[in-house]
Write a protein of this length. Sequence first.
Length: 318
Amino acid sequence: MARASSREGFGQKYGALLALAALIVFNMIFTRYFLNLQTLYVNFTQVATIVIVATGMTLVIATGGIDLSVGSLMAISGALAPMLFLNESLPPILGVALAFVLPVLTAGAFGLFNGFLITRYAIQPIIATLVLFIAGRGIAQVVTNGNLTTFSNMTFQFIGRGRPLGLPFQVLLMFALVALIAWVIRATIFGRYVLAIGGNEAAAKLSGVPVSRVKLAVYGISGLLSGLAGLIVIAINSSSDANQVGLNMELDAIAAVAVGGTALTGGKVNVFGTLIGALIIQLIRYTLLAKGVPDAVALIVKAVIIILAVYSQRVRQS
């Protein structure tokens, strides 16, 4: 009995890490050039934006919420940035500086709007964030008139193409943000508030936790990180397409959080687990593509992963 309980606890704690290790070993054996440095770069650069968005999603889910608007907020941020650094009436340096700041703050403001609907009008998070899931991409399309914007600005594009010390800048940024949010959860009062709200919101409110302010903060942070991810995507692509930037990102982010071990009902957080979960999803996609499986199949696989992760969490709770 004790051994079974011990094995179960080990599986809950290290299951995602073991799954990632198994995927790596499988590809080392059966996928050509997997150990190539270029392959490593490709996988990490492709997963960076997912991890950044999923880190914000982790905070939201930890409070018992959900954010379906992250992809649309990426599109809004990606639509606004070129309008600033391509604006000939602004000095080039100022245009780039504003392009890094204003789009991200705009996405953060929309995140606060999500939080406002949830806290002020008691709208369920899935419905409140559905508003911008639908309207947000429309806003981005209106801003750009539905046109594809192409550009070449290496100063701005450093966020997506920079290689300080030979390492992709967005990957370094990804690790820094994961470490920062993990520290916030473990070492700050705000982190304790997030867990308290997700564990039992009514009890947290009676204990003096500023529930509304904390929820506003986590949705605002989710918006900020989504806006940042939107800048990285357009910097990598040298173009901004409101129809494509952030498309299906909400699915990737939720799947990464679920696979990483954060309880979808709130109250339990594993930020580093979210990183592992995102890497698992990315490696599954890479493996399928390497074996000639169409990319559309990866969407089905992601949905199955979410179902399995949720089922696993329900089994643990019961």
